[in-house]
Design a protein around this ligand. Structure first.
Ligand SMILES: Cc1cc2nc3c(=O)[nH]c(=O)nc-3n(C[C@H](O)[C@H](O)[C@H](O)COP(=O)(O)OP(=O)(O)OC[C@H]3O[C@@H](n4cnc5c(N)ncnc54)[C@H](O)[C@@H]3O)c2cc1C
Length: 419
């Protein structure tokens, strides 16, 4: 079977890698000048910064582990860094283990006691689709849904938990299906954040190097059906015919290509919203308080558009020159952003509010991630179902909006997809 994959982000490249391994003939078209999509490690004086993912959740024996092993990608596992949630005007440590949460100031005692009842809450059927906050309130109690969930979700999807579907984090339903979240986590095992040597961008680079036919700077502009169950794709002055076309693209890009070929799918995909987010990378003198720290997330009602900061120099020490602490702060998303967060001065003032001992930045840079993160709002399941059901034979759509937001979700989804 000949397959043309549109999109050379991690989804398209990993899909191509699976198919090529099965002996299929695969070509990848990537619109950008280089592969990786959001997964790019960009140079910054004396180090680098990530344009998208900071790390990937890894555990031995999982899809991520199998792929890393097969392409010989070495990585660093920094361990369990300290994490905080900014609430009540201060950073409160997030306990490393659920029992320790009983002693934490993150939630009132009643909420903690209710949380402990989770293993005894009956499993609910998958239908109808539940909201993310409603799901967490049902299983872990209202306290967790209102006091802890919003910051966690803002840190992954940059959106308010109340508007999202439980499908925004597919692992939750998978865990519940085993009897309870506690049981699901216990059975599945705990994953750890890891970073490939040289940064996340090494993953797509390594994948592309294993593939026979990857074209960059080639944007697909049109897909047409041919009478003999083949497909013709054109763009950038090139034309290709293939038995199968796989769109490894954000939903809105796939929708634009499908207009005349599969209008129902195009409409469903166009209805999946995406969130933009502002990222500020900054370098500072190291702080003992943030040593061995993953970073902190702010309870959204108190963040006013400032979602939190990670400490990349802890996860990936090569990203910053020796003796320098590198931060990455997330601004805006679906929460919107006040005018003062347009400038570094405004962002720094917010950082200082939560970490008063933080010194001035020796260097900083701003990146705008436009329509970067899918926003699986309630109704997402029906949109994805309509999109997939409306696709003609020989055309498919693979995306984090289908499999889940993280790289781990994508790689697990692809293993299942490829069979
Ligand atoms: C700021 C940010 C932080 C993140 N942090 C994490 C994290 O820490 N951990 C984690 O696991 N995940 C994280 N993620 C999520 C993760 O990065 C994404 O899920 C993943 O990179 C998506 O990959 P993709 O290939 O599906 O899409 P993309 O990366 O969007 O790739 C799609 C590709 O298709 C190309 N393209 C578009 N249109 C066309 C066309 N018509 N023809 C050809 N090519 C086309 C684009 O140029 C692009 O390269 C983060 C994402 C962002 C944005």
């Amino acid at each position: 079977m000949s397959t043309l994959i549109l999109g050379g982000g991690v989804t398209g490249l990993a899909a191509a890698w699976h198919l090529q391994r099965r002996g299929e003939s695969v070509e990848v078209w990537e619109a950008g000048a280089s592969v990786g999509g959001w997964m790019k490690t960009l140079p910054w004086e004396g180090g680098h910064f990530e344009s998208g993912p900071q790390g990937v959740l890894w555990r031995k024996g999982t899809a991520v582990d199998r792929l890393f092993g097969a392409i010989d990608l070495s990585f660093k596992a920094p361990g369990n860094g300290a994490r905080w949630v900014g609430k009540g005007g201060r950073l409160i440590p997030v306990p490393a283990s659920p029992p320790a949460l009983m002693f934490s100031a993150l939630m009132p005692l009643g909420a903690k006691l209710r949380m402990m009842a989770e293993p005894f809450i009956p499993v609910r059927g998958a239908e109808p689709e539940e909201g993310l906050s409603a799901f967490i309130a049902r299983r872990l109690g209202k306290g967790v849904a209102t006091e802890l969930l919003p910051a966690m979700v803002a840190g992954v999807l940059a959106a308010p938990a109340e508007i999202l579907s439980v499908d925004a984090i597919p692992k939750l339903r998978q865990w519940e299906a085993t009897g309870s979240l506690v049981n699901g986590i216990r059975k599945g095992g705990v994953s750890h954040m890891v970073v490939p040597e040289g940064g996340m961008g090494q993953l797509p680079i390594r994948l592309a190097a294993k593939l026979a036919n990857v074209r960059t700077g080639l944007r697909a502009e049109r897909i047409e059906a041919l009478p003999d169950r083949r497909w013709r794709v054109s763009g950038g002055g090139e034309v290709r015919e293939a038995e199968r076309v796989i769109m490894a693209l954000p939903a809105f890009e796939a929708a634009a290509l499908l207009g005349s070929v599969a209008p129902q799918s195009a409409q469903a995909l166009a209805a999946i919203p995406y969130t933009s987010v502002d990222l500020w990378h900054s370098r500072h003198a190291p702080l003992p308080a943030l040593k061995d720290s993953f970073g902190f997330l702010i309870h959204p009602p108190e963040g006013h558009g400032y979602l939190g900061s990670l400490v990349p120099s802890w996860m990936d020490p090569q990203c910053a020159p020796a003796g320098v602490m590198q931060l990455r702060s997330f601004i805006g998303g679906a929460f919107g952003k006040p005018a003062e967060l347009e400038s570094w001065e405004g962002v720094y003032a917010r950082l200082k509010h939560w970490v008063p001992s933080l010194g001035a930045a020796s260097a900083m840079r701003h990146e705008r991630a436009e329509r970067a993160i899918p926003r699986p709002e309630l109704g997402h399941r029906a949109r994805v179902k309509a999109a997939l059901e409306g696709l003609p034979a020989g055309v498919d759509w693979l995306s984090n909006a289908r499999f889940g937001p993280g790289v781990r979700d994508i790689l697990e989804g692809l293993e299942e997809w490829v069979g």
